[in-house]
Write a protein that binds this ligand. Structure first.
Ligand SMILES: Cc1ncc(COP(=O)(O)O)c(C=O)c1O
Length: 325
């Protein structure tokens, strides 16, 4: 006789509700096309086990920020979501305008002016094989959570980085923001083991890649703002915007040029400044890379300038305002 309990439907609902736990408190609202609406209880933010996004990582996603009731770089995130979906032949089950309304409505229901919004497009439920044709069709899940605030000292004292030992993602995968992030998971584990804040991938030619969920860029001794080639790494919305904003610094000759190219490790070690870029934290200064001090070993002036430009841009150029705020 089985020692495992077989739960009746009513018992199951009770268990699900009790499962709401401290860690899920920052989860504010979730839209699910599968449920056909929005739920606010974190315990009910569930995905069917047979959704191929769960058992095969067959889906794509975006994470964007809502700052003071306004979505930052919404169009750019939508463009990347569509690019990712197209790359794995996944059709969105709604139009971009409908998705925009779903996002706005979910944020409105969450009641948060400042939040992180994650949009998932999954292959959908139906069967457990790798064959995408066996599903009933793509689904949309939108989750609104409280913003993640990185520790203050990361901005004030800088972060440490080491070269990753995990082979870099192949280019045909790296440009897609898929729901299979095992590379990033392994890099995050590696960072804990190496006792650094991030590890950064390096390709077989010795060119710099990216962090688990962030881009990296350098300011060379010749005042060039260099970023690893997009395609080999994810086209980050934050670093792309920083490259556009930094054009003014080229005009006034504070920077000599801005380019995407192979950055050998030696160039990183002798860089004036090294920075990480990503949606949740914007820009962070790297003060040590592989035990080598970067610049003066302190957050540098270009980091401060670029962080200021991004933060000002957030105020001046939000792409979508949430009507209720
Ligand atoms: C692998 C990877 N690289 C870079 C980034 C940075 O992109 P963004 O600036 O759009 O957050 C992310 C963000 O999620 C990522 O997952």
């Amino acid at each position: 006789m089985s020692s495992l309990k077989i739960l009746a439907q009513e018992e199951l609902l009770e268990v699900v509700i009790q499962r709401a736990s401290k860690y899920s408190r920052p989860y504010l609202a979730m839209y699910s096309s599968w449920f056909g609406g929005i739920v606010k209880n974190p315990a009910c933010m569930l995905i069917p086990i047979d959704d191929h996004m769960v058992h095969r990582g067959d889906g794509v996603f975006e994470a964007l920020k809502c700052v003071n009731g306004k979505l930052y770089l919404f169009d750019r995130h939508m463009e990347r979501l569509l690019h990712s979906a197209r790359s794995i032949k996944l059709d969105l089950p709604v139009t971009v305008d409908e998705l925009k309304n779903i996002v706005i409505e979910t944020i409105r229901v969450s009641g948060a002016k400042d939040a992180v919004v994650r949009i998932f497009v999954s292959r959908g439920p139906g069967g457990f094989s790798a064959d995408p044709l066996e599903t009933v069709g793509p689904q949309i899940y939108v989750v609104v959570t409280e913003p993640l605030t990185p520790p203050k000292e990361h901005y004030e004292k800088g972060v440490t980085v080491r070269q990753s030992k995990i082979p870099m993602k192949p280019s045909h995968i790296a440009h897609i923001k898929t729901c299979n992030y095992l590379h990033s998971v392994m890099m995050s584990m590696e960072a804990h083991e190496m006792k650094v804040d991030f590890t950064v991938s390096v390709d077989e030619d010795g060119c710099l890649g990216e962090g688990p969920t962030e881009n990296i860029a350098i300011i060379t001794s010749g005042y060039e703002f260099l970023v690893p080639k997009f395609g080999k790494v994810l086209r980050g919305t934050t670093v792309s915007r920083a490259m556009e904003l930094a054009k003014d610094l080229v005009k006034i000759k504070v920077l000599s040029r801005i380019a995407e190219e192979c950055i050998p490790l030696e160039e990183v070690y002798r860089a004036h400044e090294v920075m990480m870029f990503g949606t949740t934290f914007d820009v962070l200064p790297v003060v040590r890379f592989d035990d080598k001090k970067i610049g003066h070993g302190q957050p540098g002036p270009f980091y401060k300038k670029l962080l200021k430009l991004i933060r000002e841009d957030m105020e001046k150029n939000p792409s979508v305002s949430i009507p209720v705020f």
